[in-house]
Write a protein that binds this ligand. Structure first.
Ligand code: ZN
Length: 366
């Protein structure tokens, strides 16, 4: 059968042929026979994506193979009865994920192994992560009202996110929405939704700068960093309560926790990983990383002014901006602007094409 391979080193997807022989999955790129995979079938992990296809992976390898569900089931089932018998419906994947998650949670809680958040996140079924994201978005958009969504500006923002998302291999479609908040920030929620503040969009001096921030957040989604942070921040009991139980008490607690989650920090390792991946995503969409370098440069210089620095949470949750600007500069290749001047002028006003006038008091506080 045919499929798509993300080899984990470059952002381009390869068209591949997939065969199952003697219990091994053998994958070859159509145009480049030296590119391929050879995985033992029993070690292949299947994740059902929201588009109904499977994302296949193995252990900690970065490579991802995207296949049509029916074709894959037939191919894998023919030479590997066990997978077929298990069936792996959505519900079973969820239950299996929860049982696996429960074990990892026990490790976190009782043995005190914070490292378990990583494996836990990678094994969280996308359906569960998506449900958690929806619940969290509901909570967050109470204090931070969404900017109007039925405008051309909102559509342009959402299209830009979708376009960048295509270069990534997230198990969810990427949805970008603008919110009103008195700070410069962007953050990814579980399940592929990225919230970006109107202030950040105003702070960006061009579409490439915004694209860089979005690509970075998309990388956090793709690598399941977001879910990892959620597990770590919330503790499993509450998370499961909120998502599975749907109890009313949990919702209130979630509001408090969501605040803490929104400004959590990823480790430096995860940040560096997201930057590297963001550079690949931008290049795959033919967008120069000059915008990324400029944005980091400006935030780094802001660091000298404590008043301005306070206004830029993205700076605080993303330290070492100078070093990161250098990395983006080293990766610079010419590209096309992420949006035309005209479209950028429209998008730039996404939170100002509005109903309510912006309260002046918010600015005065800063
Ligand atoms: Zn980040």
């Amino acid at each position: 059968m045919q499929g798509q391979l993300f080899d984990g080193r470059t952002a381009r997807p390869w068209s591949v042929t997939i065969q199952v022989e003697n219990g091994r999955v053998v994958v070859r790129a159509v145009e480049e026979p030296s590119v391929g995979l050879d995985w033992p079938l029993r070690e292949v992990r299947e994740t059902l994506r929201s588009d109904g296809r499977y994302s296949l992976s193995r252990g900690d390898e970065d490579a991802r193979l995207i296949v049509e569900a029916e074709g894959w089931r037939a191919l894998a089932g023919r030479s590997h009865g066990e997978i077929k018998r298990r069936g792996r419906g959505r519900e079973w994947a969820l239950v299996g994920g929860l049982v696996g998650a429960g074990l990892a949670v026990a490790a976190v809680v009782f043995i005190g192994v914070p490292m378990a958040a990583g494996p836990l996140a990678r094994h969280t079924p996308p359906e569960l992560e998506a449900r958690f994201g929806v619940s969290m978005e509901k909570q967050l958009t109470v204090p931070f009202r969404p900017c109007k969504t039925d405008t051309e500006a909102a559509q342009l923002l959402s299209d830009l996110g979708e376009r960048l998302g295509k270069a990534a291999d997230a198990p969810f479609p990427i949805r970008v929405r603008a919110i009103r908040a008195p700070f410069v920030n962007a953050f990814a929620l579980p399940g592929g939704t990225i919230l970006v503040t109107g202030r950040l969009i105003e702070e960006a001096r061009g579409p490439d700068e915004l694209a860089a921030v979005l690509a970075h957040e998309i990388a956090h989604v793709e690598r399941r960093h977001v879910m990892q942070a959620a597990w770590r921040a919330m503790g499993a009991g509450l998370l499961l309560d909120a998502v599975v139980g749907g109890g009313s008490g949990a919702g209130q607690q979630l509001v408090v926790l969501a605040g803490g989650f929104a400004d959590h920090r990823f480790s430096r390792t995860l940040e560096a990983e997201a930057d590297d991946r963001a550079i690949q995503i931008l290049h795959a969409q033919n967008i120069s990383t000059q915008g990324m370098a400029d944005f980091f440069d400006r935030l780094a210089n802001r660091g000298d002014d404590p008043r301005l620095r306070q206004a830029a949470e993205w700076f605080q949750t993303h330290p070492d901006t100078a070093g990161r600007a250098d990395k983006a500069k080293r990766a610079i290749r010419p590209g096309q602007p992420a949006l035309s001047d005209r479209d950028w002028a429209v998008l730039d006003r996404v939170c100002r094409v509005v109903d309510a006038p912006k309260p002046k008091s918010r600015n005065a506080v800063r």
